[in-house]
Ligand binder design. Structure first.
Ligand SMILES: [Zn+2]
Length: 314
């Protein structure tokens, strides 16, 4: 065992239960707009990252890319804030359909796109983040707030539970799409097929289905699926360093897939997400290779909770 490993092991053996803290992030990417029906077909995904929780009173520090989040209200005791860039996104979302299709765009179609791109999408994202928040409270954790920004939403939450609690918190966000999808399906039955409201309900239904499937079944860290995968490996008693390597490799493959999807379908946000996930995957690999998992945002707690340390068998 190297000196580094011994130091790491000593740190693990302190037996300190560090509060698990993380930020869950909901993001999305766009598929092509259907040119004929002007239906925004979204391929959505949720990603989750860990970070140090920040005080809800310090909204500036909650922002992932700077800027001063704008407080818009409190839901269930949770502060909801918007990033200033999101307002820019709203303006672009509203203006772009006119600019790209000025000759054929009608007010009805424009209104449909605006509703889909702004309140529907971010309302869905907000409910997803609230799912993480409620689950966090359920496991005895704390919720510091939610920030909506151009790439989705961030829930600032923290808990001191184990991998099982992590799994519950991570899975709670995607599961919010089940009741949402059922609700939209039920509403769609109330409207005549092909009407504005029917199209809206169907769009919302598919948005929720795609969000849920993507986040549950794509094991890409730091997306929700990657966190679910990592927690599952811990519950299966996979050694921490091996689990981290597996997560890094699987996440990298998924990240490349997401990036490739973005490249092939001209989806800039998907490319960005793929790049970001690849970067995080590589970062996880480096932490594993350098035996610094105790410093990693996702695996630090797992490493600390391992009585003999993750490198005891090396
Ligand atoms: Zn999530």
């Amino acid at each position: 065992m190297s000196n580094t490993s011994q130091q790491v092991k000593r740190q693990y053996n302190l037996g300190v239960r560090h509060k698990k803290s993380h930020i869950t992030t909901t993001s999305y990417s766009y598929a092509q707009h259907c040119e004929h029906q002007y239906i925004t077909n979204k391929m959505s995904n949720i990603r989750t990252i860990h970070d140090t929780p920040t005080a809800s009173s310090n909204r500036f520090s909650m922002s992932p890319i700077g800027g001063n989040p704008i407080y818009v209200g409190t839901l269930f005791g949770i502060e909801i804030t918007l990033h200033p860039l999101l307002l820019l996104y709203f303006v672009i979302s509203a203006a772009l359909p006119w600019l790209l299709n000025s000759s054929t765009m009608t007010m009805k179609v424009w209104l449909y796109l605006v509703v889909v791109n702004i309140p529907l999408l971010f309302g869905t994202v907000l409910l997803h983040e609230l799912g993480h928040c409620f689950a966090t409270r359920k496991v005895g954790g704390e919720v510091h707030g939610i920030l909506l920004w151009p790439l989705g939403g961030l829930a600032y939450i923290g808990h001191s539970g184990d991998a099982k609690d992590d799994l519950i918190v991570s899975i709670a966000g995607p599961l919010t799409h089940i009741p949402q999808a059922l609700l939209w399906y039920g509403l769609s039955q109330a409207f005549t097929q092909g009407t504005f409201m029917d199209m809206l309900c169907v769009q919302a239904l598919w948005l929720n289905i795609s969000l849920m499937l993507f986040n549950l079944f794509i094991p890409c860290y730091p997306l929700d699926g990657g966190r679910i995968f990592a927690a599952s490996l811990q519950l299966m008693k996979v050694r921490v360093d091996i689990a981290a390597k597996i997560c890094a490799f699987v996440s990298l493959v998924c990240a490349l897939g997401i990036g490739l999807y973005g490249f092939l379908y001209n989806e800039i946000i998907a490319m960005f997400i793929g790049f970001w996930c690849a970067q995080e995957s590589y970062n996880l690999y480096v932490h594993t290779k350098e035996e610094r998992l105790q410093e990693h945002q996702l695996f630090s707690k797992y490493a600390i909770e391992t009585n003999d340390g993750p490198y005891n068998q090396i």
